[in-house]
Design a protein around this ligand. Sequence first.
Ligand code: ZN
Length: 150
Amino acid sequence: MSDLGELYQQVILDHNKRPRNFRRLEEANHRADGHNPLCGDQLTVYLQMEGDVIRDIAFHGAGCAISKASASLMTESVKGKTKLEAEQIFEKMHKLLTGDPCALVETGGLGKLAVFSGVCEFPVRVKCASLAWHTLRAALEQIKEAVSTE
Ligand code: ZN
C-alpha cells in the first residue's frame, strides 16, 4: 500500500474512534440532514453562523467509519472560516473525491484533508466521504430538504 494509503487508514481510524465536534449544537442557527442510502450513513450538520463566519460547527448521526471520519475532519477544517472559504474547500474536496485519474488531483491547501485522495482507491466509499460535505453545503445554503447522495 502507498504511504498515502497508510496515512489515510490512520486518520480514518483516529477520527472514527474520536470524532471531533461530535454533538448536537444547541445554539445552531443553520442545520441540514444528509443521508447516503448506499451505505446507510446518516448525519446532521449544525452551524452557528455569525454573519458570514462559521463560528461553531458540530455533527451528529450514525454511519460507517469513513463517513464519520470525513464529517469529523470537515468540521475541523471549516470551523472559523467564512462561507466563501468553506465553499472553496468543498469544491476542492469534491474534485479530490471524484477526480479522474485520482492520483493527479491537486491537494495543495487541503492539509489533512488530502488523505481523502486515498478514497479514490475505494470508489464505493466516495459517497461516504462526500456526504458530510454535501450536508455542510446544504446547511450553508439553508436547504430544507434532506440531502441524499443518490
Ligand atoms: Zn458509509
